[in-house]
Each structure stands twice: as structure tokens, then as C-alpha cells.
Design a protein around this ligand. Structure first.
Ligand SMILES: [Zn+2]
Length: 284
């Protein structure tokens, strides 16, 4: 498990920054590597524990889940030391990496196949200050409603049990270069570190919109084409795209379940049943 500790010149908080629970989300890997290079230890107060790639085998094989056990790492937390490989990695994080941390920043999102406009979600931990102000100060488009239900086994459900607040960020798309996406990651994380007074510089609160999301998964495999762009406003019922089989027949037409903004969009063509096509964010 690759881990780089960036130790600031002054003592201070410990922040864990982890990318690629989902092995296909490569822009976050590059963002974490840039963060190691671009964080000035002479300016830094505290320690960054940077894990650029949690799912190395998924990264090598270019897939979201582990190729060994087919597990989605973000559904197995806090893991098990006697479980499958993905559960064991989660258990190592929970037992050895996270304890004593003041914040976990969990990087998700963009790949050449699926793009995101930048958004975040936070989960507070007992005995620690709320992340509301920090999250609302980041260069993002919106925040997910923190009171919305989480799926069992998501990291955000496990870290508060050991008093570690959790912030997940989705960002990056094939509409920008990989280097531009990595720069966006560095900007988001460095802003969070300024709010924590771990790096110098003033940060203004943004008052980001709070949203819930509607996902539109593929019911068939085939070739996906979208009719909308990332960040586009859509109305309820609007046609978002379609899947054709390899004879050109339309096997699924996707219509928006809600009015809102296209927050996540499949930018690749090949699609398998169950994969997410378009996610629409609606202000609450
Ligand atoms: Zn992810």
C-alpha cells in the first residue's frame, strides 16, 4: 500500500489524503502525486499522510473493484483482518493509518470514462469540530446533503466511529487534461489545509448550494452516447442519452428523474449493465 508522509516544519494536525479506492479513478491518483510534489514542507504545519492509490490491483487492471475479490472498497469499511483482500486493506487503514487523524480527505471521481464537476460531501465525527465551514470554503460547485443516507460500508460511516471526520471529493473529467485535473485536486486540498491553518493564506466561505443526487444506471451493455454536457441544467423527463447495441438498435433511452445539474457524466462509450451513466444534482 503506497504511503508517503509529508511532515511539516512545524508540528500540527494529522490529515490523511487517500485516492483510488476505486481503481479506475486515475485523475485522483495523479492529484495525490502532485500534492506530494507541490506541498512546501517549510510552510506546512502538521503532517499529511498521503496514500496515492488504495486499490493498486484495480488501478493496474483499470477497474473500479478489486480484480481478486470483485469488492467495492467503499462498501466494506471498516473491513476485516480475516476477510478478503479488499476487507484486509480497509482494516489496515482503520487500525493503523487513521487513528489519531484530524481529517480524512477521500479522493474520488474522474477517469477517462466518467467525469465529475467538483463536489464534496462531509461526515462529522464525535468530539471534533464540524466540517461544515471547511467544506463550504472549498473551490467546488456544490456539497451533497450531509444528512442523506449512506450505503452500508462506505468509509464515511466508519471513520466517525474512531473520531476521524471524513470529507470526500469528486472531481476531474476527460474534458480537461490529466494535468489540469491534478491541479484542481491540489487546489481543493490546499484550500482545505488553509482552512485548518496548516498552510498560510486566507480563505473565504463560499455558501455552496446543497444538493441531493439522482443516478441513472445502465440496464444494458453497449455503446452509450450522452445528449447533455457536464454542468448543464436539465429538466425532469429531459432525454439525457441512450445506449445502442452493436447493431445500432436503441436498447435504453435515459430520461432525467429530476430537474437539476449534470454532476457526473459517462464520457466513455463502452458501458456494462449497472454502470452509472448520468447523475443529476438537485438543490435542496
Ligand atoms: Zn470513487
Amino acid at each position: 500500500l503506497p504511503l508517503v508522509i509529508v511532515r511539516g516544519a512545524q508540528a500540527g494536525p494529522k490529515v490523511v489524503i487517500a485516492a483510488a479506492q476505486h481503481g479506475d479513478e486515475g485523475y485522483a491518483v495523479l492529484g495525490a502525486l502532485r500534492l506530494i510534489e507541490q506541498t512546501d514542507v517549510n510552510q506546512l504545519r502538521g503532517d499529511l499522510w498521503i496514500l496515492p492509490c488504495l486499490n493498486v490491483d484495480g488501478y493496474i487492471s483499470g477497474q473500479r473493484n478489486s480484480p481478486f475479490d470483485q469488492q467495492d472498497m467503499n462498501r466494506v469499511h471498516p473491513g476485516s483482518e480475516t476477510g478478503n483482500l479488499t476487507q484486509q486493506i480497509a482494516a489496515v487503514l482503520h487500525r493503523f493509518i487513521l487513528p489519531g487523524s484530524d481529517l480524512l480527505i477521500d479522493l474520488h471521481g474522474g477517469s477517462p470514462d466518467v467525469g465529475d464537476i467538483a463536489f464534496g460531501r462531509y461526515a462529522d465525527a464525535p468530539g471534533k469540530a464540524s466540517l461544515e465551514l471547511l467544506a463550504d470554503s472549498l473551490p467546488l460547485t456544490f456539497l451533497l446533503d450531509p444528512s442523506a443516507a449512506s450505503a452500508p460500508g462506505m468509509w464515511s460511516t466508519a471513520t466517525p466511529t474512531i473520531s476521524v471526520p471524513h470529507l470526500s471529493i469528486e472531481a476531474g473529467s476527460a474534458l480537461n487534461t490529466a494535468a489540469e485535473n491534478a491541479e484542481e485536486w491540489v487546489s481543493i486540498v490546499h484550500t482545505a489545509l488553509r482552512v485548518l491553518n496548516m498552510l498560510p493564506g486566507e480563505v473565504q466561505r463560499r455558501h455552496l448550494p446543497v444538493v441531493t443526487t439522482s443516478s441513472h444506471p445502465a440496464s444494458s451493455g453497449g455503446a452509450f452516447v450522452s445528449f447533455v454536457r457536464l454542468g448543464e441544467r436539465v429538466s425532469q423527463g429531459q432525454s439525457l442519452g441512450q445506449i445502442q447495441n452493436l447493431l445500432g438498435e436503441v436498447v435504453q433511452s435515459i430520461h432525467s428523474k429530476a430537474a437539476g445539474t449534470v454532476a457526473v457524466l459517462r464520457t466513455g462509450v463502452r458501458v456494462h449493465p449497472g454502470q452509472s451513466l448520468v447523475t443529476v444534482a438537485t438543490e435542496v
